[in-house]
Design a protein around this ligand. Structure first.
Ligand SMILES: NC(=O)c1ccc[n+]([C@@H]2O[C@H](COP(=O)([O-])OP(=O)(O)OC[C@H]3O[C@@H](n4cnc5c(N)ncnc54)[C@H](O)[C@@H]3O)[C@@H](O)[C@H]2O)c1
Length: 251
């Protein structure tokens, strides 16, 4: 498919996991793609890597400007960089709350703010934010992380309203637990990684984790001119975790 032919895309957090799969898929479908990441050293041609920290406005502005200049404009922004946090409201101090909000929410604000002047010049402008099932379902031990993703969900709707008349669509994807290096790190820290993985798989009605490629496919759909009438939506990519209520097997 070449629905992205002639389009220019920037993917944050594009050096790993969902972001990496997305950058590669957009390039396969004809886009010219730049990656913004804390560590873009693994990014290979035809992708262009830009080093930036989404918590640092100066570095974000420099990377977005550099990407727009190298690509000759920007049509698509995938706001995907994010970090996790575990625990209840009792388990993280104020500094940790500020740090995770700074990456997961303000990070998207900074990249969007820097990219919008370029996106407004595009005939097919789209922003896709990586949100989470944690925005729409109460998951245990994820108070801080869920609060950031709830904010991303609301931010997506507000931005969609603000920018629709400028021709910029804004949507988000809500992945369930996705099999990325992030989850690998989480499992490594568990006392029984195999049992933890089995519990995460069982939590999703499909009985398995979501793949990074499946989330990338959903992001690509929302970023593509093929979804030109779709804005202000969240697309669940969660093996049925949000919407389905199955009976136990055999009942
Ligand atoms: N893996 C899951 O189960 C899952 C589920 C739902 C949502 N998500 C969301 O998907 C997104 C990507 O997650 P992933 O699983 O691919 O993680 P990952 O850890 O594999 O990749 C995250 C990337 O973001 C980059 N990054 C982190 N902080 C950054 C910063 N301050 N500035 C620039 N880059 C930064 C990292 O360097 C890394 O390349 C995140 O927003 C996450 O919240 C993940």
């Amino acid at each position: 498919m070449t629905d992205f032919e002639g389009l220019k895309a920037l993917v944050t957090g594009g050096a790993s996991g969902i972001g990496r799969a997305t950058a590669e898929l957009l390039a396969e479908r004809g886009a010219q793609v730049a990656v913004l990441d804390l560590d873009p050293s693994c990014v290979e041609k035809p992708l262009l890597g830009f080093r930036a920290d989404v918590t640092d406005d100066t570095s974000v502005r420099a990377a977005v400007a550099g990407a727009a200049e190298a690509l000759g404009g920007l049509d698509v922004l995938v706001n995907n960089a994010g970090i996790g946090a575990q625990g209840t409201v009792e388990d993280n101090d104020d500094d940790e709350w500020r740090r995770v909000f700074d990456v997961n929410v303000l990070g998207m604000v900074r990249t969007a703010r820097a990219a919008l002047p370029h996106l407004r010049r595009s005939a097919h402008a789209a922003i896709v934010n990586t949100c989470s099932i944690a925005a729409t379902a109460g998951l245990p031990q994820r108070a801080l992380y869920s609060a950031t993703k709830g904010a991303v969900h609301s931010l997506t709707l507000a931005m969609a309203a603000d920018h629709i008349r400028e021709g910029v669509r804004v949507n988000c994807v809500n992945p369930g637990t996705a099999d990325t290096p992030w989850i690998g790190r989480l499992l490594d820290r568990a006392s029984d990684p195999a049992a933890e993985r089995a519990a995460l798989e069982a939590r999703q009605p499909a009985g398995r984790l979501v793949s990074a490629a499946e989330v990338a496919g959903a992001i690509a759909y929302l970023a593509s001119p093929l979804s030109g009438a779709t804005t202000g939506t969240s697309l669940a990519v969660d093996g049925g975790m949000q919407g389905l209520r199955l009976r136990p097997v055999g009942q």
